[in-house]
Design a protein around this ligand. Sequence first.
Ligand code: HXC
Length: 517
Amino acid sequence: MKTTSMNKREILNQKLTAAKMGGGQKRIDAQHSKNKLTARERLDLLLDKNSFEEIGALIKHRSTDFGMEKTHYPGDGVVTGYGTIHGRLVYVFSQDFTVFGGSLSETHAEKICKIMDMAMKNGAPVIGLNDSGGARIQEGVVSLGGYADIFYRNTRASGVIPQLSLVMGPCAGGAVYSPAITDFILMVEDTSYMFVTGPNVVKTVTNEKVSAEDLGGASVHSEKSGVAHLTSSNDLQAIEDIKKLLSYIPQNCEDSAPELPYVIDDEIRNNLCNIVPENPNQPYDIKEVIQGIIDQESFFEIHKDFAPNIVVGFARLAGKSIGVVANQPAYLAGVLDVQSSQKAARFVRFCDCFNIPLLVLEDVPGFLPGTDQEWNAIITNGAKLLYAFSEASVPRITVITRKAYGGAYDVMNSKHIGADMNFAWPSAEIAVMGAKGAAEIIFRNEIKSAKDPDAALANKEREYADIFANPYRAAERGFVDEVIHPEQTRLKLIKAFAMLENKVDSLPQKKHGNIPL
Ligand code: HXC
């Protein structure tokens, strides 16, 4: 009797040990030699100590083609389960590259779907650690079906629970579309890449020669395509970064983000007075304004290297999580263009899904003119940002630090599209366009017929600037609620966000809107 029971224990232990070893020591060593951690090492670092509970460690694939029935690794190339990060529940999957290159089989997909379904029922984020050679080639269409099952769940879960993707190895073919539907993609430099078709197919079809890194490495997707929201230098850093990101966001769409304790003290910030230059055409760094307003060292920037003419990221104000959207005069004068509109719109919608109030810092000379912009649909893309702000029902506050020109004034969370509070600094200029351009158009004939056209233009420019290059016309109409001194900004915002804490604003009943995609 006793012997049998020992055997049963041993059988279980053997199976669990085999599951822990993934594809075996040789492949684990190969993974390490590429400067990558294994699926389990990553989870150990991501989750609170001893919090991980594995689900499906003994799952086996069902494939019988190409001799697959002879090769089984318990767990089938993905470690799934739940645990906590800083005490908060999360569901996780971590693809194991040492088992068939982390490729996705029918059962591998079922494991991921199972934890996604649980996350939806229990209202907690899903964090996916991707490191996979794509569809399990030996399984054919069954694997493709598995992907689609995941994509479907990603879409259903969008806006209900946060979904975070870390890309820590290959992620190619249709496999890219699961991370693409999730809220944030973090890529690890030098060891990860994402593309729909790899270098070989590119060469065959277009005769273009390109390396995997140049086609879809972390820098390409963080700077050029904007597919990646964050990049980290290695696995360890990536895990720290994703934990930090999680600290700003709630568990689900009915929850609010975690708060840090904060006691109101002296909130006047005199250093905010010296940032905007006297000369309205001189650039300055909007990040100095952000740092001057928010809690110390709380800014977590998203999409840092993509469309730097707009800055977006999470921060804390008096301990509470906020989303910041700010024009950046230090890059392309802070103009709105195709990419910056897309970037900001996506961020605004994330914050709105998950009850994170929005702070907008505005210094925008307008939309970028030119054929490149028009041909790349600045109309549709600018409309995305306009739509995203107009639709957002979270508390929304704008501070105009300098320029608020043209259509961009409307778009950047103006009062007219539902902002709750609009402040302006005395340096604000709220007008249809800059004084020079305006004078050239409306006084064209006068200037042309003047004895000294240059002097006449300068006069008219001054006249226009005197009337419009200030915040007072807008304040007189109530388009700006208050003109404030820069040093008061933090205090005003703390009070205004507290006043808006219980805001209720519901959209008209509808199936869903039709954002100009
Ligand atoms: C089955 C795979 C696999 C796959 C890799 N392996 N990819 N097994 N299906 N898709 C196995 C390899 O046979 C090898 O097994 C082990 O994983 C490690 O692979 P290596 O090639 O030795 O590693 P490396 O040199 O690092 O190259 C990694 C790689 C390469 C670039 C990912 O393996 C590769 O190109 N794989 C195929 C990628 C691909 O074409 N996938 C299908 C994409 S289409 P052993 O036993 O030697 O350790 C797709 C469609 C999805 O995904 C559509 C969804 C809608």
